[in-house]
Write a protein that binds this ligand. Structure first.
Ligand SMILES: [Fe+2]
Length: 264
């Protein structure tokens, strides 16, 4: 039996949650999706993930929520993430940090290992261990356990994500980039059966700046006056990639998904 894993793009604000609410359940049924992994670190107003929103997203059919540099922005998540193994933070945060960066789960006869990592570049306020050497270690460990490694790489530069994809090709079944919140056009199967995309986009407003109201972002660029970004509701979509993995643990397909959702 093949396994179908949906990797949803970053869920941005209430519009992002509305997109999940409106489109995820029917999609799971229609496409026989086994597991849903979503980046959720911007679900609360675009900056962080509160406990209540994380619980709502898990109820809406997401199996594993991954994080990035904003995972600890909401204070109640710092405590909650330690208790909930379905919410990951990057594995390359200091080991004693709350939460975990790896989750094993069974799908039928097979075992998956979801690994969340944060990129080396552009996150000066975080103190991380090297994402690449840790990725090698964790992927080898998963393979040693007989699990299929799936890597969610939350990183900024395209080159860093491509490097991770090529480093893990033939070992991980998927290396899926997040953080830039723009669906990239390079979904492919790398040599050896590794599904790859530089960025799996965002769930939420598509007519916006990364899910935020564009006029506020324009004003910020011109005036340089610090202003709070505002959630946007225009052209909501559920966005991500659907990866198909065969019995041998190799990816045999990757397809980008974009489903428009009516605002209610
Ligand atoms: Fe991020």
């Amino acid at each position: 039996m093949s396994i179908r894993v949906l990797f949803l793009g970053e869920i941005v604000g209430k519009g992002g949650i509305a997109a999940v609410k409106g489109a995820l359940k029917p999609l799971k049924q229609e496409r026989s999706i086994d597991v849903v992994i979503a980046n959720g670190e911007g679900a609360t107003g675009g900056f962080g993930l509160g406990k209540a929103h994380s619980m709502q997203l898990l109820k809406l059919g997401i199996d594993i929520i991954t994080g990035g540099e904003k995972i600890y922005y909401k204070l109640d998540m710092v405590e909650f993430i330690a208790q909930n193994p379905s919410i990951l933070r990057p594995a390359n945060y200091p080991q004693q940090n709350p939460g975990r960066g790896v989750r094993y789960l069974n799908v039928g006869e097979q075992k998956l290992c979801v690994i969340n990592l944060l990129g080396n570049a552009d996150f000066p306020r975080t103190h991380l261990s090297n994402a690449f050497s840790l990725a090698q270690y964790l992927v080898d460990q998963a393979l040693g356990e007989g699990a299929i490694p799936l890597v969610q790489f939350h990183a900024s530069p395209t080159a860093e994500k491509l490097t991770m994809g090529h480093m893990l090709k033939g070992k991980a079944a998927a290396v899926i980039g997040t953080h830039t919140k723009v669906l990239s056009g390079d979904a492919t199967i790398l040599e050896g059966g590794t599904a790859y995309i530089t960025d799996n986009g965002r769930c939420g407003s598509q007519m916006s700046v990364g899910g935020f109201d564009s006029q506020v972002e324009i004003d910020k660029q011109i005036s340089a006056v610090p202003t709070r970004s505002q959630e946007c509701w225009q052209d909501l979509e559920l966005v991500g990639v659907l990866v198909e993995i065969d019995e041998s643990g190799k990816a045999v397909g990757i397809e980008t998904i974009r489903i428009p959702v009516e605002e209610h």
